[in-house]
Design a protein around this ligand. Structure first.
Ligand SMILES: Cc1cc2nc3c(=O)[nH]c(=O)nc-3n(C[C@H](O)[C@H](O)[C@H](O)COP(=O)(O)O)c2cc1C
Length: 330
């Protein structure tokens, strides 16, 4: 069964890659991922705030994850990644590169235009095979328009593109009003890949402590559906590779992602919960399903249910919304 795929100029034996997570902080875990059969590894992010020595805002994203879900605790590396600086990040990237022979994707996370984008070239020099730029952003300012936010993102992508030669993927949030047009602009600005989507960690209200509590829960397969729709819309319509991140846990999730048009499929929660043994299990489930459906290669499968090719494109659109609501029975 040929599962070969191309993503960000890299030829991978199969599409399953480790998404950005704390795992690369521990070289044993990195080797475990390679031994377990992962096709590529994404580093945790270097944050704009780390570069500018201003940590405001980031702690809510990653901080306090360690005790949030006990089932994953045993697989977590001890870490204080945010408090560490740029040097540590680059050194760890080099160590990861030396430890494994699979591709390693660097990760840079920022939202404002500024000097921090220069660090993209340091990530390239440290040996990253590609760079994922995470534009994780919460629009909370009443005076800033959607157009201004999009312009800023496009400018950041163009600035990073200018500084590196390695392929560049942009990890997006699902909360853009006109995602296809925005995706097109990012591609024109130099993105070679788009990662759908960032997963927002929703704070909860703590009714005992009367406070807001940062929450990081691992994903479930149901979250994949948001990604499938947008993969299907973008697949085959832009000269850009597509990667999915969020809600991939089984071989069937993997199959769905590929049918919707993914070139690579990222897993994090699944690895944190189950460890590297899950990689082969997921790939075996995919292969079994492909055999049952008489697919011989991934090429036959990829994008077969995207917007351009699926038998009922309306199922992806507004018409389906009406249909689903009207067909609901109590
Ligand atoms: C503990 C933890 C740390 C993460 N750190 C990063 C990060 O540094 N940069 C990033 O872009 N995404 C980060 N993510 C998000 C994942 O890369 C991924 O997008 C998200 O978990 C959804 O994928 P999943 O459903 O496979 O978990 C992190 C996720 C978790 C659970």
């Amino acid at each position: 069964m040929d599962l070969t795929t191309k993503y960000l100029g890299l030829t991978l034996p199969h599409p399953l890659i480790a998404g950005a997570s704390p795992l690369p902080d521990d070289l044993d875990k990195v080797r475990g991922l390679e031994d377990g059969g992962i096709a590529a590894i994404t580093m945790y992010s270097l944050f704009e705030e780390q570069i500018t020595q201003n940590l405001v805002g980031s702690a809510a994203h990653i901080g306090s994850y360690e005790n949030s879900f006990s089932e994953a605790a045993s697989y977590f590396p001890e870490m204080d990644l945010l408090e560490r600086g740029l040097e540590t990040y680059l050194e760890q990237l080099q160590r990861v590169k030396q430890a494994v022979s699979i591709p390693v994707i660097g990760s840079l996370n920022g939202t404002r235009e500024g000097e921090w984008v220069n660090y993209a070239s340091l990530i390239e020099e440290a040996g990253a095979d590609a760079l994922e730029l995470n534009l994780y952003f919460l629009a909370t300012d009443f005076e800033v328009t959607a157009a201004e936010i999009e312009d800023r993102c496009v400018a950041i992508v163009a600035a990073v593109r200018e500084r590196i030669k390695i392929p560049l993927a942009v990890k997006l949030s699902p909360f853009f009003t006109a995602l296809p047009q925005f995706a097109k602009r990012l591609t024109e600005a130099g993105a070679d890949g788009l990662v759908l989507f960032n997963r927002f960690y929703q704070p909860d209200v703590d009714t005992d402590e009367l406070d807001v509590r940062p929450m990081l829960e691992l994903s479930q397969s149901s979250e994949l559906r948001l990604r499938l729709r947008w993969l299907a819309f973008l697949s085959g319509r832009l000269p850009v590779d597509l990667s999915v991140s969020g809600g991939v846990h089984t071989g069937i999730d993997l199959a769905k992602s590929l049918m919707a048009g993914a070139d690579s499929v990222q897993v994090v929660s699944s690895l944190l919960i189950n460890g590297p043994k899950k990689i082969n299990q997921t790939l075996s489930e995919l292969k079994t399903w492909m055999e049952e459906k008489e697919y011989e290669s991934l090429e036959q499968l990829r994008g077969c249910l995207n917007y351009l090719r699926c038998p009922d494109p309306e199922a992806l659109e507004r018409a389906n919304y009406m249909r689903v609501l009207k067909s609901f029975r109590v």
